[in-house]
Write a protein that binds this ligand. Sequence first.
Ligand code: S0N
Length: 292
Amino acid sequence: KSSKYHQVHGDVSSHPASWRACCDDGHPFTDIIYEKAIGEGIAKITINRPERRNAFRPQTLNEMTRALNDARNDIEIGVIILTGKGNKAFCSGGDQSLRGSQGYSDHDSTGRLNVLDVQVQIRRLPKPVIAMVAGYAVGGGHVLHMVCDLTIAADNAVFGQTGPKVGSFDAGYGCSTMSRLIGTKRAREMWFLCRFYNAKEAMQMGLINTVVQLDKLEQETVKWSREILKNSPTAIRICKSALNAVDDGHAGLQELSGNATLLFYGSEEADEGKNAYLQRRRPDFSKFPRLP
Ligand code: S0N
């Protein structure tokens, strides 16, 4: 007979998710594929520049921002998977052919470093974002997987920073998050030597959550997503912001305390304040306990 815990929580199904392309708002995506799994609560953003090992350009990042906003605002979505098209790369960072003296430019001549906005967006998104990594996650692509909440890697995954070899660096989350993940000595090693590490090594370093066979990568990532989706969305939302709060300073505290406000608005006590204002009377908070 199975235990009560098992009866209540059970196993999650491992059937493949059924994806539907969505939400281009009349402006078709060119650099990403944006899909949702029907009835599942999972969104998937796939960087779609395999001929460049999924290097991002400003357009790629603008499209990612649109998709991440959509997933954030869709109350049916509870988990977002970020991945790269094909098996050769998750993402190889900024498109070096478009780098100029003021950042990256594609459709116009204005330079941009808008990957930084996407990093912040992932950190502040109140739903888990899972990096699903096959092949290379290097340079700015490595930073992208690090700012995701979880990383599930295929056995062909390769991780590393290349900046100091190619004349760039990410001194923001690229350094601070890495240092948190793998410790300051290892982080210095990764940035100073620019070595590449295989999935097993990355696992030992604490850079990623698990390694699976390449042909099981999506199945495993969907399984983790389903497991998360069985749990309390509010608890997960608050844990995510709490786990980021110290590192994100005032912005982290603001995010965390926004959750306190959100919960407070659902209380009778908060309603009393609002109703008294609307009814032009003094609020009566006397019945609310001053808990120890
Ligand atoms: C990924 C690597 C190791 C794959 O090697 P492989 O499999 O041998 O393939 P290749 O033959 O090298 O590549 C296939 C084709 O793809 C092109 N390509 C690959 N990566 C890029 C790229 N990043 N930009 C442009 N093109 C790329 C190749 O040129 C090749 O094309 P063809 O066939 O036409 O010759 C290997 O490809 C590799 O090492 N790639 C470069 C990795 C790299 O150095 N990335 C840039 C690192 N820097 C950043 O990402 C900085 C960005 C950033 O995050 C940031 C952070 C903070 C503040 C600002 C910024 C910022 O935006 O700058």
